[in-house]
Design a binder for this molecule. Sequence first.
Ligand code: HEC
Ligand code: HEC
Length: 123
Amino acid sequence: MKRIIPVIAACFVMTVLVDATVDAQRTPQNVQVLTDLSTRDIREYMKSVSSGIGEKCDYCHNLKDYASDEKETKLIGREFIRLVEQVNEQVTAINSNVMKKEDLQLVTCYTCHAGELTIISEE
Ligand code: HEC
Ligand code: HEC
């Protein structure tokens, strides 16, 4: 019995540690716009951000700390995520008597960037 108790105690401590790690992965640490999303959903969303502007994750992130705001490009990215969210609020508010909901396409980074950081606009 004396030997079993420390083993059980060690298992308990390990379970708590594993839970804490999983939690840290699930709960976003530093979001101001994508506040309704889990970390998993944010990662999915970020794939479309990356391909939409043609840049990898490290363009905006310190890959050891995704929550960090140390890169200026992440701050710019946040403003554009906000812009996209606001535009899409308006898109979904378009009068359904005039245009059917199923005909509406949501705006993404790709809508303007077409897979490139630099916007090419011709008059
Ligand atoms: C154009 C810049 C940009 C790119 C590229 C980008 N991200 Fe992000 N990412 C952001 C911004 C901005 C936020 C914070 C969003 C907010 O404030 O709502 C964020 C948040 C996150 C978070 C949540 C971090 C936290 O606070 O806990 C994760 C995880 C993440 N990104 C992963 C990725 C991955 C993986 C990729 C590549 C597939 C990627 N990001 C590409 C800008 C970017
Ligand atoms: C309504 C059109 C539009 C949408 C949608 C859009 N952008 Fe942009 N973005 C622009 C314009 C215009 C510029 C300025 C382009 C330039 O200076 O070459 C820009 C510039 C940027 C820059 C700075 C580029 C640089 O060279 O410094 C980043 C980063 C960026 N956008 C990220 C994003 C991300 C991430 C998304 C999606 C969440 C997004 N944008 C969605 C129009 C848009």
